[in-house]
Design a protein around this ligand. Sequence first.
Ligand code: UDX
Ligand code: ADP
Length: 472
Amino acid sequence: MVKKICCIGAGYVGGPAMAVMALKCPSIEVAVVDVSRPRIDAWNSDRLPVHEPGLDAVVRACRGRNLSFSSDVDRHVADADIVFVSVNTPTKSRGLGAGLAADLAYWESAARMVAAASRSATTTGKSKIIVEKSSVPVRTAEAMERILLAHGGGEGDDAAFHVVSNPEFFSEGTAMRDLLCPDRVLIGGRDRDAVRALVDVYAHWVPEDKIVTTTSLCSAELSKLAANAFLAQRVTSANAISALCEAVGADVSDVSRAVGMDHRVGGGVGGAFLNAGVGFGGPGFHRDVLRLAYACDCNGLPEAAEYWRQVVAMNEYQKSRFVRRVVSSMFGTVAGKKVAVLGFAFKKGVADTRDSPAIDVCRGLVGDRAHVSVYDPAVSEKQILRDTAAKVCVARDAYEAAEGAHGLCVLTEWDEFRTLDYQRIFDGMQRPAFVFDGRNVVDVGKLREIGFVVYSVGKPLDPWLKGLPAVA
Ligand code: UDX
Ligand code: ADP
């Protein structure tokens, strides 16, 4: 019977995942621990370090009841029946596999710490379940087993530890909804009792038919990388079609809807991860596609690696294609011209800019000596300046960003950009006034009626833009 759960790593994944677990399992004590004291202090304050709709209410309901945040890592690890490992695994910035492989330094130090803190478990005869929650390269769990074994963890039925993989699939901005009603919970592991114990925890709120246990450690790990890579590839396929749509006069929204209505592609509902745009961003997609490619390379599969690398290459192409379209439309030069950028987050509903396509688009425009003015409803000025090396201005609203501009780019699909007073924006802009919609959010017909020259990714080209010399 599981009484105590500990989670190492109070980050984007561990914090929300454990808060929901505590909410749904009132009989289990859940302790989230972290080496970073400021992070723990923030979790114990009114200003949580992770912003997700609904998270504050869940933490408020459980903190002090059966949810705690602590920097006393050793004690909580030693006491727990189940230890989730949810530490950061950034991409290596130097050495072998730089830019591709995961830096497993935090993860290994957590594994060693679990081994040391739990040595007493061997003497009490009670085995611990170690759950790999972080997004990790394939076969990391096996390495974890070896570390624990090397520290005297025992083997087989007598083992003091059983390692289980249980990757997390929630999306930013909808974490609570995804955690409360997951499409599936994946649990991979060798020890049946350990897997069963974790199933029993999730069964407090997840229907058992959504808890998938027929998977090995390695398959569970690979499923996480593959899921992100498939989604990224799907978006990229729509983006590749968008380029052809512009060339032949088709509309990518119609094509995506038609493709997605095939139940084999979009479950019959259409549109699912088939929305073309300025390119995908966020902390997961780019990272996991490259990790998958790296795993293929390391296993002597260069053709498979190349296939996945092409997803990233196409995403880069989509971003640079957008910048080229802006420059070529504005008579081949943006030098000295003000260009407004609406939206800087990698998707709507979040303040996160990690790997946001807006960063590359701004870089491209600034590189061509445009004066870029950015507005985003959620991202702080400090963050925008940090991401662009302070080479852009930050505006307080969309109207200020667009005032006096020659062109306006929409780079995040925030709902408020659909309902702006575009007549007011037009009145304040230079002539001709260009709109470049990287997210298919504006009403193209309405804006053309106002007088804008409008480009929208994957839509039939504005007659005004046809025949303009391209820029390479
Ligand atoms: C993703 C996965 O969806 C999630 O399962 C995983 O656990 C973490 O990575 P997230 O990064 O939060 O989640 O964002 P997601 O909603 O998947 O969007 C990723 C990027 O793709 C965004 O830049 C988004 O704008 C873009 N996107 C998504 C499109 O361009 N078109 C689409 O149709 C869908
Ligand atoms: P993720 O998005 O995977 O949750 P984050 O970077 O948001 O990643 O959070 C990971 C957390 O793990 C950080 O707060 C970091 O301080 C913590 N951490 C890293 N290594 C250890 C460790 N050995 N022991 C405890 N906490 C750790």
